[in-house]
Design a protein around this ligand. Structure first.
Ligand code: CTP
Ligand code: MG
Length: 232
């Protein structure tokens, strides 16, 4: 079985702010993106890596992150206007003969090799897997005026993370159909769901956070320091 990882890292980090795109910032001395790529490699399950970066940043990424950290990827390509477009570009650049495509945000450096392996395993057997955690807050659905219209039962609500892994043909078809239908989704699973495939939840971890704000970066440092203490 051949597994390709598509790593969307082509965002601008608008909510994070700052001069340097967040994916290049150091966490415990290593760029965020390097932690992400290391975790994928450490899973022992990923055969090809397609890294998607902001257009024009290919050289910078190679010289400032990949080479100093001794990391290699199979393709380094420019992304698109939103996450979905970046993943689509990654899929188009990937090997055609791959069995499973695993999509993992560059901005989730704390993923563990175990979570990656679990996602690949479920995608290989069932076709589609989304890593998720139970929500801890009660979630409200509201109308445009801020009026609460529904409170879905929390016991059935999950917060989707990445990785999300799929039979390659399903994900390619899901993206192609979303594009032709003009559908924009905030994750890959939603595109696969809407073409009728069953997607299975895989337990993630609250530690597998997406670095969105500076507070997330502080928390990520704490978690990684904790892991380093554990390892020694
Ligand atoms: N992403 C991407 N291409 C885009 C937008 C986002 O590849 N056009 C990637 C980001 O680099 C990140 C992941 O998708 O790894 C999740 O996106 P998010 O956390 O929203 O990052 P940004 O879009 O960079 O941040 P913001 O929304 O605050 O601008
Ligand atoms: Mg974004």
């Amino acid at each position: 079985m051949h597994v390709t990882a598509v790593v969307p890292a082509a965002g601008a980090g608008t909510r994070f702010g700052g001069a340097v795109p967040k994916q290049y910032l150091a966490i415990c001395g290593l760029p965020m993106l390097a932690w992400t790529l290391r975790a994928l490699a450490a899973s022992g399950q990923v055969d090809s890596v397609i890294l998607v970066v902001p257009p024009g940043q290919e050289t910078r990424c190679r010289t400032e992150i990949l080479e100093p950290c001794d990391l290699t990827v199979d393709r380094l390509i420019p992304g698109g206007a939103d996450r979905q477009a970046s993943v689509y570009a990654g899929l188009a650049a990937g090997p055609t003969e791959t069995d499973v495509v695993l999509v993992h945000d560059g901005a989730r450096p704390l993923v563990t090799p175990e979570i990656v392996r679990a996602a690949v395993r479920v995608a290989a057997t069932e076709g589609a897997a989304v890593v998720a955690v139970p929500v801890t807050d009660t979630i409200k659905m509201a109308d445009a005026d801020g009026r609460v219209v529904e409170t879905p039962s929390r016991g059935r609500l999950w917060a989707a993370q990445t990785p999300q892994a799929f039979r390659a043909g399903w994900l390619r078809e899901a993206h192609a159909r979303a594009l032709s239908d003009g559908f924009r989704g905030t994750d890959d699973s939603s595109l696969v769901e809407r073409i009728g495939h069953r997607v299975w939840l895989v337990p993630g971890s609250p530690e597998n956070l997406k670095i969105t704000t500076t507070a997330d970066l502080v928390r990520a440092e704490q978690i990684l320091r904790g892991r380093a203490t554990h390892d020694t």
